[in-house]
Design a protein around this ligand. Structure first.
Ligand code: HEC
Ligand code: HEC
Ligand code: HEC
Length: 414
């Protein structure tokens, strides 16, 4: 009798150990998934108070504040059941039934599989410290702040059901698609939005998907192969290096992408970054290269005989770092000839970076930050427009001219 009791106790105890181990493993997986989903980018306003919310997100209607997703019972999501958490993530429906603003990228997160939602839940319940901090009301004025229309929005624009494997594609490609469409929510910045601010496409079935969009005065370029020159000449390894370190021989991350690299993509596992690169690489397959003509810029600049004001401004202010041939210096000063920020359909990033400068993010893989100085204080709107127009037609490329009015609009932002 005693012996049976003892063995029962051992069985129970080892069951508890198994349960603990299973939970710990789930919490650890969830912690990684939270990096993939960049939950901290929006939900952490103060780095000392992770996930306590309160970060403002600008929307065309006014500021929206992220909420507290620590397991605090009163202010956070401590009382959320797994089902309620899953509904918030995948349907944009909070535990009390109100619908969330799509500043929370739930149309993307709707792709998440149950297992991943469960692991995220385990992490937020058991791996995150509970912190008090009440949600801030949005700055959206009445009546636009009424939430009931969001229920209709969610029903119309949120796909039902988790990611479905695409037949005929490798497991690696499917993993990449799952990450880019789902947790990575790359489309929330890279896909153009429609009239109701919905992303125009949520997967590669439409040419609009990842075809480039403008937000907060930065243009996220086409990375979906829609336009000639999309990720042109980028190898799989180039993509991996960019997402891991924030720079490669084609470009250096800036604007919102700098944050995405800093808080999220630099932490992707090697296998996951490879999968993302395989998937993105497949989207651009067969896309025509950008049109180019013979380069007449380099010889003129090399001889110190610039033609026109824009070219002269480039020689005086920029060529020292980006060079006469626009090739820059490897992994230090990015190449501007053929660069998507220079040639993109929208010149917002180009104007923005000239006016306000930028710093490459310091990542684990590339710990030195490099800085592009700001020129907004030295160059007036007309000069910046001349300079940008020159860059868009330099070295044999031909993108549309930039006007002083466009420059003035971006100067006025913030
Ligand atoms: C791009 C910004 C952004 C990202 C990334 C993001 N969220 Fe959110 N999230 C928000 C905003 C904003 C709200 C509040 C929306 C509102 O009040 O209507 C929110 C609300 C929530 C809520 C509802 C909580 C409540 O009761 O109000 C949960 C749960 C949540 N997010 C979890 C997550 C998780 C988990 C991740 C990462 C996998 C994540 N979020 C990533 C912006 C974001
Ligand atoms: C002191 C060196 C330096 C000078 C001078 C300089 N830049 Fe830069 N530039 C950089 C660095 C470093 C970056 C990367 C910044 C980042 O990614 O955050 C950069 C990035 C850029 C980019 C974005 C390209 C990309 O892929 O990241 C453009 C466009 C650009 N510079 C244009 C110019 C123009 C136009 C001028 C002259 C008005 C200029 N730069 C002067 C160092 C310089
Ligand atoms: C918060 C907005 C945001 C999110 C989320 C985001 N991006 Fe970006 N991305 C940008 C912006 C803005 C740029 C332009 C600046 C630059 O080149 O760094 C950019 C640039 C890029 C570039 C460089 C393209 C080129 O031609 O120079 C790649 C590649 C890229 N993003 C991939 C991704 C992937 C993959 C994801 C999802 C894992 C992602 N981005 C998520 C905003 C975002």
């Amino acid at each position: 009798m005693k012996l049976a009791f003892l063995s029962l106790a051992i069985v129970l105890a080892s069951g508890a150990v198994f349960a603990d181990e299973a939970r710990d493993a789930s919490v650890a997986r969830g912690k990684y998934l939270a990096l993939l989903g960049d939950c901290a980018a929006c939900h952490t306003a103060d780095p000392k108070r992770p996930f306590a919310g309160g970060a403002p997100l600008q929307s065309p209607l006014g500021a929206i504040y992220s909420t507290n997703i620590t397991p605090d019972d009163a202010d956070g999501i401590g009382r959320y059941s797994l089902e309620q958490f899953a509904d918030a993530l995948r349907k944009g429906r909070a535990a009390d039934g109100h619908y969330l603003y799509p500043a929370m990228p739930y149309p993307s997160f709707s792709r998440l599989r149950d297992q991943d939602v469960g692991d995220l839940y385990a992490y937020f319940m058991h791996g995150v410290e509970a912190l008090p901090s009440k949600a801030r009301p949005s700055g959206i004025p009445w009546p636009l702040n009424m939430r009931w229309p969001l229920a209709l929005w969610s029903a119309a624009f949120t796909p039902q059901g988790a990611y479905q494997e695409v037949a005929g594609r490798s497991a690696e490609w499917n993993r990449g698609a799952y990450l880019v469409q789902g947790l990575g929510h790359c489309g929330s910045c890279h896909t153009p939005r429609g009239i109701a601010l919905q992303e125009k496409a949520l997967d590669q079935g439409s040419p609009q998907y990842l075809s480039g969009a403008v937000q907060d005065g930065w243009a996220a370029p086409d990375i979906g192969g829609a336009q000639p020159g999309s990720l042109q000449g980028w190898s799989e390894q180039d993509l991996i290096t960019f997402l891991r370190t924030g720079r490669n021989d084609h470009s250096a991350a800036f604007g919102a992408m700098s944050d995405a690299v800093l808080h999220s993509t630099q932490y992707f596992s090697d296998a996951d970054l490879k999968a993302v690169a395989v998937y993105l690489g497949s989207l651009g397959e067969g896309q025509a290269p950008r049109h180019t003509a013979a380069d007449q810029t380099t010889p003129r600049l090399a001889e110190g005989k610039p033609q026109g004001e824009g070219e002269a401004l480039y020689l005086d202010n920029c060529a020292a770092c980006h060079r006469s041939d626009g090739q820059g210096y490897r992994a230090t000063f990015p190449r501007l000839a053929g660069n998507s920020a220079v040639l993109g359909a929208s010149p917002e990033s180009l104007i923005h970076i000239i006016l306000k400068g930028s710093s490459v993010p310091k990542t684990q893989g590339a710990p030195t930050g490099l800085t592009m100085p700001d020129f907004g204080w030295r160059l007036n709107d007309a000069q910046v427009a001349e300079l940008a127009t020159f860059l868009r037609s330099a070295w044999g490329y031909d993108a549309a001219a930039v006007t002083a009015a466009e420059v003035a609009r971006i100067r006025a932002l913030e």
